[in-house]
Ligand binder design. Structure first.
Ligand SMILES: C=CC1=C(C)c2cc3[nH]c(cc4nc(cc5[nH]c(cc1n2)c(C)c5CCC(=O)O)C(CCC(=O)O)=C4C)c(C)c3C=C
Ligand code: FE2
Ligand code: FE2
Length: 334
């Protein structure tokens, strides 16, 4: 017999939680500061002892960067909010539709809102006894994939009745991903009013030290770049963007290469950012606005940015395939 006051147990369901990095609530210094404080305090992101990093973070970074970043965010903000959040929400809605009634698809951000703990709890309360955590990073990195999963498991650690959990593996070399990328690059190139002299694939950077410590991120990016180039039948220029701080980061740097290209006769460039599953401030502002400026100031004449897969039909179908594969054997009980 069920004791009085025992919660009503809903029909068991399967849940899928899409997770992306996170974004401020508003393109304003105060909101950006709150977001950066959480993001840059993560020891998976800045791998320095707290005692060394926190004074620099609080004393320098959080007193200068929020204003600069808020300006960048304000240039790309949409009516429905931060591009990263709006696109991730649209991906969740499209996948929810694609999977139908038996699978509940939700989304969360590692930093800021909607918080992973809140969405996981909501899924559990809605009857999800089996949940796939899907960090939307094609290339594995401790600073992205691992910390997203860590945050989810930290919440599970507080649950008496945990759901069963699977995590989406990195998909940097998955044919479904490479094919979707190749198709979207072909469409993007065809829509340009010029033929580029070079096509650049720009990935988010990481400190060089993480490669030496064994993080596979650099290798995953190189392999995605190679496979995408092979699928396109062309040589891609692979670069790393968004350098942060004084340490040596993965090279070559996107901005350095953009500044050098025109001098080498490359005056027309197209850029794609295959590591980002959704367009965000790093692609829409850093590449599309500042990257273009850098290239044109160095003598470049034509610059084209090719959008991420986002919630395009090809992008959603790719995610649906990857997710469906992970859900295999997880039939909802009647
Ligand atoms: C030490 C600093 C940073 C590391 C390491 C880092 C790794 C990393 N980041 C992404 C993806 C994204 N980063 C985004 C924004 C962003 N990244 C950093 C710093 C590091 N990232 C900062 C300070 C910011 C904020 C914007 C700025 O001030 O420049 C975003 C976009 C978020 C948005 O709201 O639009 C994404 C996505 C990856 C994949 C990665 C390691 C592989
Ligand atoms: Fe970043
Ligand atoms: Fe940036």
């Amino acid at each position: 017999m069920i004791p009085a006051g025992h919660p009503v147990i809903p029909r068991p369901r399967i849940g899928v939680l899409l997770i992306n990095l996170g974004t401020p609530d508003a393109p304003e210094p105060k909101a950006v500061k709150r977001y950066l404080a959480e993001f840059l305090s993560d020891r998976r992101v800045v791998e320095l002892p707290r005692i060394a990093w926190q004074p620099i973070l609080r004393g320098v970074v959080l007193t200068t960067r929020p204003k600069k970043s808020a300006h960048a965010y304000s240039q790309v903000w949409r009516e429905d909010g931060s591009p990263l959040a709006a696109i991730t929400r649209a991906q969740a809605l499209a996948l929810e539709h694609a999977f139908g009634d038996d699978v509940l698809v939700d989304w969360a951000m590692r930093y800021g809102r909607p918080a992973i703990a809140d969405r996981l709890q909501a899924m559990k309360d809605a009857g999800c006894e089996r949940i796939l955590l899907a960090p939307l990073y094609p290339q594995y990195c401790a600073a992205t994939t691992a910390t997203a999963n860590d945050k989810a498991f930290a919440h599970l650690a507080k649950m008496r009745w945990q759901p069963a959990i699977r995590t989406l593996p990195p998909y940097y070399d998955d044919p479904a991903y490479i094919d979707a990328l190749a198709e979207s690059v072909r469409t993007g190139l065809a829509a340009l009013d010029f033929t580029p002299d070079a096509v650049m694939a720009s990935f988010h950077g990481m400190p060089q030290r993480t490669l030496e410590l064994g993080d596979p991120y650099h290798c995953h990016c190189r392999k995605t770049g190679r496979l995408l180039g092979e699928a396109m039948g062309m040589d891609l220029t692979i670069t790393f963007q968004s350098r942060f701080g004084r340490a040596k980061w993965l090279e070559p740097a996107t901005d350095t290469v953009l500044a050098a290209m025109p001098g080498r006769g490359v005056k027309k460039v197209a850029i794609v950012a295959p590591g980002f599953s959704a367009d965000c401030v790093e692609t829409l502002e850093e590449l599309t606005i500042r990257g273009r400026e850098t290239f044109e100031e160095a003598g470049g004449t034509h610059f084209g940015y090719l959008p991420c897969l986002n919630d395009t039909p090809a992008g959603i179908e790719m995610l649906r395939k990857l997710i469906a594969r992970e859900l295999e054997g997880w039939k909802p009980r009647p």
